[in-house]
Design a protein around this ligand. Structure first.
Ligand code: HEM
Length: 448
């Protein structure tokens, strides 16, 4: 049995049809041949963009010469109202300085300090699910709730039940629904005169999220000054000075960073957890294995590294449904890729979605097979053709964090509950992250 994959479009369609398909869904707007291609060129009257799906090219862009391939400004455009000058959008010196301040907060040792807050969030998730036993639940919703709780607890030491946390969470959901344009702008760079389909609410939602986050950040700044701040990620980031300039973030800059931590940290983790739980529901033998492995689970950071089955399943979920399906960069000088001349200012698209299912690289690419990570092919592909967190200098700052969070949540939930799919299979589509078009419905029963 193959887990859900969007039906690709026919190989040839007109630009008009393409734009229409694209507005419906990024993933089914692509033809099957992209899963075999090393590179594909998209020509329109206005621009060129190139999807690269060959490990050595991706290596060049992400790892060898990242400074020559900054983030595409066209993508940033869609996210600026919410994220301002956040590390996710900036380039060059500004970005380097921001990473020097943020990275220490996510180092291995700090992850250990963050663990008790994650554990508390996982216990809360179990308590919430407990109330739904015997019923059908929409698991993306539950996963979003759990992931938002993790972020609030680890960053600001407050649970999702906190009034401001709850309001930020619900405003983010409105934002997510009103911002599908981000994908369109990303992959299909539009001419400047083309109407932007910004939903009228997108900007005002962004403003109210930022107002709430500003409140939390100012409050924290005051607590740091008073010497009463808890030792969490926000305090760590706000008290770290850039080793080169000797300066920390000011409040405004911190608000931009907090906004991206919420967005990048909860949308993506929620998407990954929801798909991982769905795959476990679809393949009950794996669900049983994880439940067994989780029997001895306790609130101990070191115990997470012993959850090998859970980790293999979570990695497989990230392969089949990479939460960030595509990343876009821009060329800053002419390039020669596969003997094709690429002009300066072209868009370079790296698609984890396609790379993770590249037919010339992966054995059985569309199948769910967590054992693949122990095979030669799986190990080689893990090194060369697996980038759920991107790679190189701009790799996700939260990658280590997300792997602990995801594996812990998966194991905790399956230790307590048994899940079965209900209704039609979910249809993956790309919003801000890869989601299911109509949610993911599962029946939940108590295991212990
Ligand atoms: C399963 C969960 C996650 C996935 C799959 C994921 C994936 C990614 C990817 C692919 C990028 C690069 C995007 C690009 O280059 O266009 C990225 C960047 C980023 N992620 Fe994550 N992420 C996850 C969780 C998190 C968490 C939990 C945090 C923080 C708490 C986080 C913070 C960030 C930040 C700050 C960046 C920007 C890094 C930069 O541009 O220098 N992510 N993430």
């Amino acid at each position: 049995m193959i887990p859900p994959k969007p039906t690709p479009r026919p190989d040839k369609v007109s630009l008009r049809q393409y734009v229409k398909l694209f507005r419906q869904d990024l993933l089914s707007a692509q033809p099957q041949r992209l899963y075999r291609a090393w590179m594909a060129e998209f020509r329109t009257p206005f621009f060129r963009s190139y999807m690269i799906n060959q490990p050595s090219l991706i290596q060049t862009v992400l790892k060898e010469r990242p400074d020559d391939f900054p983030k595409s400004q066209r993508v940033s455009e869609g996210l600026k109202p919410l994220l301002g000058e956040s590390v996710f959008l900036t380039n060059g010196e500004t970005w380097k300085r921001q990473r020097r301040i943020i990275d220490p907060a996510f180092e291995g040792g700090r992850l250990r300090d963050t663990f008790p807050a994650m554990w508390a969030a996982a216990e809360s998730a179990v308590a919430r699910l407990e109330r739904n036993v015997g019923q059908d639940i929409e698991i993306e919703e539950e996963a979003s709730h759990a992931a938002a709780d993790v972020i609030f607890r680890t960053l600001f030491s407050i649970p999702i039940e906190h009034e401001i946390a709850g309001r930020v969470f619900s405003e983010f959901r409105t934002y997510q629904r009103s911002a599908p344009i981000v994908n369109l702008g990303a992959f299909l760079p539009l001419p400047r005169w083309f109407p932007r389909f910004f939903h009228k609410d997108t900007k005002s939602t962004a403003a109210s999220i930022r107002a709430l986050i500003t409140g939390l950040t100012e409050e924290r700044m005051a607590a740091i000054e008073a010497g009463t701040a808890p030792d969490d990620l926000a305090t760590k980031i706000m008290t770290t000075v850039d080793p080169e300039t000797g300066k920390p973030f000011d409040t405004n800059e911190m608000v931009d960073q907090v906004a991206i931590f919420f967005l990048a940290g909860h949308e993506t983790s929620a998407s990954a957890l929801a798909w991982a739980l769905y795959l476990c529901a679809l393949f009950p033998e794996w669900q049983e294995k994880i439940a067994q492995e989780a029997q001895g689970l306790e609130a101990d950071f070191a115990a997470i590294s012993r959850l090998k089955i859970s980790r293999d399943v979570f990695r497989e979920a990230l392969r089949l449904y990479p939460p960030v399906p595509m990343m876009v960069r821009e060329t800053t000088c002419p390039e020669d890729f596969r003997k094709r001349e690429i002009r300066e200012g072209s868009q370079i698209v790296i698609s984890p979605w396609h790379l993770h299912r590249q037919e010339r690289l992966w054995d059985n690419p569309d199948a769910f097979d967590p054992t693949r990570w122990q095979t030669e092919n799986g190990k080689q592909c893990a090194r060369e053709a697996y980038v759920p967190f991107s790679a190189g200098a701009r790799v996700c700052t939260g990658a280590g964090f997300a792997m602990v969070e995801g594996v812990l949540m998966l194991s905790m939930i399956l230790k307590h509950f048994k899940l079965t799919p209900v209704g039609d299979p979910p249809v993956p589509i790309a919003h801000l992250t890869v989601r299911s078009r109509d949610g993911i419905n599962l029946r939940i029963e108590r295991r212990i």
